[in-house]
Design a binder for this molecule. Structure first.
Ligand code: NAD
Length: 550
């Protein structure tokens, strides 16, 4: 990205070191002149292969693999050898490779990370490094870091505490920053904060690569994360820091603690909220309604659900509603029933959605009493949007909005097919996991996946081009609106609430442009508005093409 000085502390890499540097390596593609000038003569077979020929070989080998985890391992080892070729391949095959390098396959990869581990990538900062985190960060070989994704591995996807095996998540998310938003791979830094794991099986496995101890918690853990935030923002002052897959008890706590002082955000909360809001806005435009005409009932009131509710409220307030009235558009049902005023034991985050209503302890009854226009599943409980629930939604609404967001597929509240079947095809449906197209009344409906990858790469790009000093909720609102605006009439006629994934780079550029302008309006950027046109942003994106090294 613009702004910075050198990209590598090791200038003028030559010979075998050049071939072994995945950021610089072109494999067998070096020209004769480069081979002479860079000390490569003899270190490579004589034939020079173009990147296109390399891609053909890659296609053939990848195409022979049947198991998704084998594909993940294959692509990881390519990334470790030749990042330019890796990114060209995944960018040209994004729809096929995104579920491999990210969810759902990355979840399988993390579960067996210690077994498939070949070569270290990113930084591991262990609780034993407390007091010297700044020194560890200095070991990173590059000065220019634009985006950091950090996790402590406590809540990896829906899979729980994987400890240091969770490193696959920051690596996968950063690959999407490059593939979907053109952030140069050399400016991406995955970080694992290794504070132990509660998983005894992992701790006792001789192959486990993290600290084989129970998690450090409480004051010592908080001091460790505080030290990390201070040190990382001093060492890499331009970097955006994305928090990812921290445990529930820490995710929103850290967001509140750091968001005003650091350039950081939490994708599980804010990215999820923006992608879901975008889907709701598209549904509204299909129905020719405003968001203020919707009553949204959430099944689940955790990190994702409350984050979505809070962003919906912000959108409604920006649209002119009083905050208290805006909150009344969101209702939450959790493991203890409907959240209502007077319910005991509600925490502060849930209390703001405790509206006047008598206690209701089944979701079906909540639907019959509240008559929602939309239901959003975010509890990780499969099959709760069953036939009676979907029938009721279709009886209440001409076009019921049903978002079954729980991941992975096995936890989804209903399948796309069930949603169509039990609403007689009237549903506006989105899911957390990918579902195949649904044939209904002789028409093929493309199923919309509310994938956070529509949002976070564009947010990151917007922060990079604006240099904004923090990430605000308004930026996520703008991102949601831009994403919804990117849905065309043709997309809608195919049943989509989100644009096709293959258009994601254009979506990221549009989001980045909106985020940059928002940063300017909020006086968080001193860059001129001309830097935020889509054309200007598109012109600086990373392209996975070999460059001459002479
Ligand atoms: P969480 O653990 O923070 O929250 C889960 C909530 O579900 C809690 O409020 C809990 O009380 C409620 N719940 C659990 N069992 C219940 C039951 N039997 N009946 C009613 N409520 C119940 O989890 P989270 O981070 O909010 O994630 C929830 C789900 O959303 C996960 O499956 C996750 O994969 C999914 N998610 C999807 C996306 C996306 O599609 N873009 C993004 C983030 C999260």
């Amino acid at each position: 990205m613009p702004k910075k000085k050198s990209t590598n502390k090791n200038q003028q890499v030559k010979g075998i070191r050049l071939l072994q540097d995945p950021l610089l390596s072109k494999g067998t593609s070096y020209s004769d002149e480069e081979r002479d000038a860079l000390g490569l003569r003899g270190l490579l077979p004589p034939k020079i292969l173009s990147q296109e020929i390399q891609l053909t070989k890659l296609d053939e080998n990848y195409g022979k693999l049947e198991d998704d985890l084998d594909k993940y391992v294959y692509l990881s080892s390519l990334q470790d050898r030749n990042e330019t070729l890796f990114y060209r391949f995944i960018m040209e095959n994004l729809v096929e490779t995104m579920p491999i390098i990210y969810t759902p396959t990355v979840g399988r990869a993390c579960q067996s990370y210690r077994r498939i581990f070949r070569r270290s990538r990113g930084l591991y900062i262990s609780i034993k490094d407390k007091g010297k985190i700044a020194e560890v960060l200095q070991n990173w070989p590059r000065e220019n870091v634009s985006v950091i994704v950090v996790t402590d591995g406590e809540r990896i996807l829906g899979l729980g505490d994987l400890g240091s095996d969770g490193m696959g998540i920051p690596i996968g998310k950063l690959a999407l920053y490059t593939a979907c938003a053109g952030i140069p791979p050399g400016e991406c830094l995955p970080i694992m904060l290794d504070v132990g794991t509660e998983d005894k099986v992992r701790r006792n496995d001789p192959l486990y690569l993290g600290t084989p101890e129970p998690r450090t918690r409480g004051k010592e853990y908080d001091e460790f994360v505080d030290e990390f935030m201070e040190a990382v923002s001093k060492t890499f002052p331009d970097a955006l820091i994305q928090f990812e897959d921290f445990g529930n008890r820490n995710a929103s706590r850290f967001l509140q603690k750091y968001q005003n002082d650091y350039r950081m955000f939490n994708d599980d909360i804010q990215g999820t909220a923006a992608v879901t809001l975008a889907g709701l806005l598209t549904a509204c435009s299909i129905q020719d309604k405003k968001l203020s005409e919707q009553k949204i009932l959430f099944f689940g009131a955790g990190t994702a659900g409350l984050g979505i509710g809070n962003l919906i409220v912000k959108h409604l307030v920006n649209d002119g509603l009083d905050e208290n009235d805006a909150k009344k558009h969101c209702w939450f049902f959790d493991s203890k029933g409907l959240i209502v005023s007077g319910r005991e034991g509600l925490n502060a985050e849930k209390s703001i959605y405790a509206h006047q209503q008598s206690h209701i302890d089944t979701f079906m009854e909540a639907i019959n009493v509240l008559k929602p226009t939309a239901i959003v599943g975010v509890a990780g409980q499969p099959d709760v949007f069953d036939k009676p629930v979907l029938n009721a939604m279709a009886d209440i609404n001409d076009q019921p909005i049903v978002f079954a967001l729980s991941n992975p597929t096995s936890q989804s509240e209903c399948t796309a097919e069930e949603a169509f079947l039990h609403t007689n095809g009237s549903v506006l449906f989105a899911s957390g996991s990918p579902f195949p197209d649904v044939e209904w009344n002789g028409k093929t409906h493309k199923i919309s996946q509310g994938n956070n990858a529509y949002i976070f790469p564009g947010i990151g790009l917007g922060i990079c081009v604006s240099g904004a000093s923090k990430v605000t909720d308004d930026m996520f609102l703008k991102a949601a609106e831009s994403l919804s605006d990117a849905v065309t009439e043709k997309d809608i006629s195919q049943g989509r609430l989100y644009p096709p994934l293959k258009n994601i780079r254009n979506v990221s550029v549009a989001i980045a442009s909106a985020v940059g302008k928002c940063a300017l309006e909020q006086r968080l950027s001193s860059n001129g508005i001309e830097n935020f046109s889509k054309e200007k942003i598109s012109s600086i994106l990373y392209k996975p093409i070999y460059k001459s090294m002479l």
